[in-house]
Design a protein around this ligand. Sequence first.
Ligand SMILES: [Zn+2]
Ligand SMILES: [Zn+2]
Length: 345
Amino acid sequence: MTRTTDHGGGVWSIGVPIPDNPLGHTLVYVVDTDRGPVLIDTGWDDPSSWDALSAGLAALGLAVRDVHGVVLTHHHPDHHGLSGQVREASGAWLAMHPADIEVVRRTRGAEPRVWLDYLVRKLASVGAPDDHLGPLRAARDSGRARSLPGLGAALPDRDVVPGELLPLAGRRLRAVWTPGHTPGHVCLHLEEAHPAALPGNGRLFSGDHLLPGISPHIGLYEDPDDTAVTDPLADYVDSLERIGRLGAAEVLPAHQHAFTRPADRVRDLLAHHEERLAELLALLAVPLTPWQAAERMTWNRPWAEIAPASRNIAVSEAEAHLRRLVKLGRAEPVHGMEPVAYAAV
Ligand SMILES: [Zn+2]
Ligand SMILES: [Zn+2]
């Protein structure tokens, strides 16, 4: 049963399932234009997701072949997974911010074995214990590593240019660059009066940047060349403030449900990250590797109950917060420790 919602003013959403994932669905938006429907994101690359997308479009009297263009909020597989199939079926253009196109370009060429090797080395360097690394090493060395999400992703053919209107005939949709969750994440501001006359400045397709009940993952950008340069948490905080200032009447996020009063949600998320930084700083009274920091930080459940794949994400989140504290001059790597440990200064 496909869930489609009419948001008014020529905008609909289709709930496209993400198999075996607690997030449940990606909300793929359909924006009516004078040249045909344009999608915002496409959904996870799985036959059941494809069927849900097709059924959702059919419920709106459309077919995948009618799609004129696709704007991607970011490169993650729950957003970009079906883009290649949509382009194949329709000839639609695919647009993404160049920073995320670069991630797609880097990832799509990688062999599962090479990617697993990168993951093992990266996790070892942040202090992951042998019982965590063992299964990953075994998967890498078995030569039976299955394909991984993102490795076969479609290369977009158009750049999303921040600050500019997208080429949507008869609509005003402006790209707002909101790095943090990924380096090239964009929100899309529909600069048109709200169809139900809600007060505020149009509507905002927020991707994963601003969600009503989830704090989006902020980890280090997965760039093998970045050892101490990027600061994704600072990017995210800046992007949140930028989005808060837009004053949109309603937010149409890529997961969960539409909501109003975005400034309140922005304030909550800023406070959340402030609290996390304060918690981490207190923990760094003793030197900790990023792994040890992640074990001690507060998550939505106890560390012992967090599955291995989610621990990888948690440690990346801990690293992003450590990077921020280092950039703020509040913490430093302890000289001569291997793997690297950090302490408050
Ligand atoms: Zn995402
Ligand atoms: Zn997502």
